[in-house]
Structure formats: structure tokens, C-alpha cells
Design a protein around this ligand. Sequence first.
Ligand code: MN
Length: 338
Amino acid sequence: MQQVARRGIHFMRRLHGANIPEDMIVEGQNRVIDASLTLIREKAKLKGELVRALGGAKATSALLGIPLGHNSSFLQGPAFAPPRIREAMWCGSTNATTEGGKEIDNPRVLTDVGDLPVQEIRDCGVDDDILMNIISQSVKLVMEEEPLRPMVLGGDHSISYPVVRAVSEKLGGPIDILHLDAHPDIYHEFEGNKYSHASSFARIMEGGYARRLLQVGIRSINSEGREQGKKFGVEQFEMRTYSQDRHYLENLKLGEGVKGVYVSIDVDCLDPAFAPGVSHFEPGGLSFRDVLNILHNLHGDIVAADVVEFNPQRDTVDGMTAMVAAKLVRELSAVMSK
Ligand SMILES: [Mn+2]
């Protein structure tokens, strides 16, 4: 609890419950958790009914915001990202048609179940062991509603662990993961935090939720990152060899023989010239077109995805990175929906 409070974003205060019976606190927390999950369940149900009433689809991208930033090792601004991404998606500066011709204002292509109220839950003193389970439950609630598939808006990268866990558990087996990032995020733990945004893929691989993990865009990796990668059989594609790997990565075929493909995009996979609104500037990254080429040519059934680590507190005043994150969500939704 003390640890959580220390890491909390600035308006989070400790729950002053030291001399209060614990069961009273826990009962109150459970009511807030139930209400939070009821919100997601009912919104997913409504949006699922709507999509089906409109004629249905095989797969519809369903935005689910997870505004969590406290597991970042540096800045916590990703907690504020989901509303900024939505604002950019619908701001009117561009039309609703994706590059491949899908209309994102068609609910059969893209719908929205809102944000899990992460900060409200944490404000009640709920710790991360429980919070991670709540995130997993929210993802499963979206997947309950055919044909909705979770398109998760982070949030820092720590959320990918409970999201991937939920997807794999719900589908009943491992998936292949395409992970675009400057960093492998595979430390056993970081600064004592096993839920750190720098450790999410260690948790995913330990849990057996992925058959293949392809990490693309890597350009900040130390010996532990390489050792952990080797230990878990991760396919790490580093930027320094991108020109040789490009053809392979722009023609990927994933997810056959497993339950599908999960795509996790850390906005810092992009060169900071394209996306300055991130916590960790790491020059020498992918161009926006590189990322689109990879996504547009990906062969596989995308069962869920996330776009994480956009930090509005580092963005340009006119929100350039919000638009970059929004376009990633739009184009990824177009590839996922069918
Ligand atoms: Mn990163």
C-alpha cells in the first residue's frame, strides 16, 4: 500500500484507513470494483447488441481504455492517454476512412466500451495484485460479446500482461504476439516492481500465454534484455538490422496453429521525430510508414491489440502524437475488423 501510494500519480492520496477494520475497507473496495466491472459489462453488452442489430460482423474492434500510469519507471502521463486518443480520432481534421477503405464510424468496424475507471479503483486503496485481475476481467467481459475484440488504449505497458493473460485464458490457449517497441520490456522485475512496464513480457512468457513473441523496433536493450529474450525464445528484431529484416517483417504470417495474433504497439517504437509524446525518447526508430507496412501486410487473425505508452504530458501543444496514436488505433482496427 505504501509502495503504491509512493508510485501514485500526483492526485492519488493514501487511503487513511490505518485504524479501520480491514473487512470494512475490503467490502467497500469490492463494491467499487463490482460497479466498475458492471459499467464495462453493460457498455460491452449494449455495443455488442448494436453491432449484431446492424447486421453483425466477424470481428469488431472495441476500444477499451485502461488509464493506468503508475507502473512506469519514469513518467506517469500515459494514465491520461485514452481520452486524448479518442479526441484525436474524432476531431474532424480527417475523414473516417482508413487507408484500406474501412469506415471507422461504422460500429461494425469500430465501437467503444469506454474506460475502466482505474484511478477510481486505486483511490480506494486497491493494490496491483487485485487491479491486474480487474483489468483481466474487463477484457474478458468485452470478449463475452461477439463479435467484439478488445482494442486496448493504454496506459503504460504494464497493462499488456493482464490483457494478454485474459485473451489467452478466454480463448483457451497461447497466441502469437507481435510487439512493436524500442524496448523489450522483459526484465524479471524493475526497481522491485514485478508489474513494471519494463517487465510485462517476462510475466507473459512465464505464464505461457504466447507461443511466439516477435519484438520489432528494439534499440534499447542491455544484457539482461538479451538473456531474458534467449531464455524465453523471443524473436528480437533490432533496429540496427532493420534494413535486412524489413522484407520478412513486412510479410508476416502469424497465429496459425494457435488461438490467433495479439498486436502490442508501444508508441515509442516510432522514432521520436514521428512521435515526441512518449516518456522514453529513443532515437533511431521506425517510421510511421514502416509500422503501417508491417500492420497492413500482416496475415493472421488479430484477436486483440493494444496501443500503449502515449504520454500526453510530453506531446506537442497541438497534440501531434495523439494523432499518431489515433491513426495507429484506426489502422490496427481496420486490420482487426472483418
Ligand atoms: Mn518502449
